[in-house]
Design a binder for this molecule. Sequence first.
Ligand code: GLY
Ligand code: MN
Ligand code: MN
Length: 417
Amino acid sequence: MTEVYKHRRQKLMEGKVFPATVCIFSGSAPMRSLDEAYPFSVDRNFYYLTGIEKENLILVLLCTAEGSIEEFLYIEPFDEVLAKWVGPRIRADEVYEISGIRQVKDIHNFRDDLNSYIERSRGAGKHHVYLDLWRYRADQSDTPAHTLATWLQQRYPAIAIEDIFPETAAMRSVKSEDELQCMREAQETTRIAIEAMMKHAYPGVNEAELEGAFDFALMKQGVRQHAFPTIVAGGANAATLHYTENCCTVEDGQMVLIDLGSTHGNYCADISRTFPINGKFSPRQKELYDTVLEAQRIVMGHAKPGITTRELNQLVIDYYESRLEDLGLRKNGLGVSDYYYHGVSHSLGLDTHDACTQRHPVLVPGMVITVEPGLYVEAEGIGIRIENDILITEDGCIDLSAGIPKTTEEIEAVMSK
Ligand code: GLY
Ligand code: MN
Ligand code: MN
């Protein structure tokens, strides 16, 4: 894999000329209590460019005056006491083995070194410093990149701070064969764990117990990292799209919506299924379920290069519009948006809602997206979502989740075992 990471770094530096510096941080885990941190989750751009999953590291890529690229990885020095408590930090030879980066430096010298790179380039034109300045929310606290940007801007008002996120997003949105292999592995471990959960279901089970059945089946396969917090939503809880309390009893006659995913090499699966807790769809449940399934089939039939995810979503809305009357849902002034209130697709990869060039991208071969129509009839205590992950090909798509039971017959067959 070392070559893969080297190649990605080279590609990122294409078109950049002296004086230019790229700095990408691996991040660190925020504290969750007085002396305990949340589990660490590596910055996905850092991982994409290095393959390393450790805290408090900085990747620096420099354009030299001679026209070459220099690569450095800043790491924390060995700490004997810390090594006894939490294990050793990453060593220079490990850095090289994983990422192919030879030049490893002490993180304590990072800012001094950056100063000298910038000082050395004085008189050679505007120095461009590229940082990942992505923020999900405007009120989100500063990342190390934002802190560095502020510090640099104060110290060197003449340099140009550039956001590298759009470039990494463009690279990440088209998957290579290595990445697809990881994504297929994540699908398979998810499939096995979903089937285990379906077989475990019974009227009166707690949502938490179902979550446990999924987790146990994942851990039996050696998987400890989920793509995102698992959703197990019985009955009307399913109308809350990102319900994660998972603490209620699922009664006989109710359906349960699950939305969950395993990971492999940090690549995510994102699957939703909805099934009757007693193992048998009622006629009404089947009628609504098959409507969602048909919406998914329509979207998959149109998913190909050139179409946008907004257009795919419109297909779902139009189909539901045509079905509302027959389903007895066009009443009390309600319309499609009262029963379906999210988009049908998002990019999938190292992030569950993966880095992407646009909010509603035009599909191109190599993209992986979800197809997740839903229908939420809260008044009937029913919420249905069916979510598969597809790979866009030259002329259509491949359903990466095809092996996961989905039709009412397939689900009933698994649950009867
Ligand atoms: N699990 C979150 C989503 O489907 O987008
Ligand atoms: Mn999902
Ligand atoms: Mn999704």
